[in-house]
Design a protein around this ligand. Sequence first.
Ligand code: SAM
Length: 234
Amino acid sequence: MKINEFIEELKKLGIIITDEQLDKLNKYYDLLINWNKKINLTTITNKEEVYLKHFYDSLTLIKAYDLTKNIKVCDVGTGAGFPGVVLKILFPNLDIILVDALNKRVIFLNEIIDKLKLKNIAVVHARAEEFARDNIEVFDLVTSRAVAKLNILNEICIPMVKIDGYFIPMKANIDEELDNSKKSLNELDSIVEDVISFNLPKEKSKRNLIKIKKIKKTKEKYPRKFDKISKNPL
Ligand code: SAM
């Protein structure tokens, strides 16, 4: 999408983007494309496509959660920073941890944080299942875009969510995943409060935000979950 379309579509999400934020996204795009020549960050490189399929798409999380609150957020398997870095640029109030298992991407993300002068955002180089073990019930919101099947993500991400907090995976396809994750949701004392489905503007591909609320403590159950996950790494 062209920049003016991006600005207009964000308005429909209730987001008014500033010139400074547009400038940061532009720098982010330039660095993404430069680094992508050396390390594998994204297959989408055309500017209009990056603005639609990475930048705009990341911000659709606002359809499921009020991102203007001062909350702690974890983005699991952030890759080149989607959705976490884009959320940070548009919502500087968020306190964000980005987690990824691939060190090259972590180095890129640290460069982005430095060059864009982003504050209250950190990158952790770790397997999410290991990071989760030390971060139980720490985050108000955990999100993850295009990383793994829902039943696996639930086991890793829900323990990190505070009680009454949310895990909101962003997914293109959820065909059988919701049915297959009923057991894990039940065991982790969580409920699907809403599934927000929509099409991306322009090219109309399907997107889903699964709004999962943690309703009870899972702390004492977690070591059992972790043993299970570590035998089945993503
Ligand atoms: N979320 C980004 C996006 O939407 O563009 C990246 C998606 S990419 C398909 C999946 C990412 O998850 C990769 O960067 C990979 O390194 C990371 N990943 C996979 N398994 C992981 C694990 N167990 N712990 C942490 N990161 C993991």
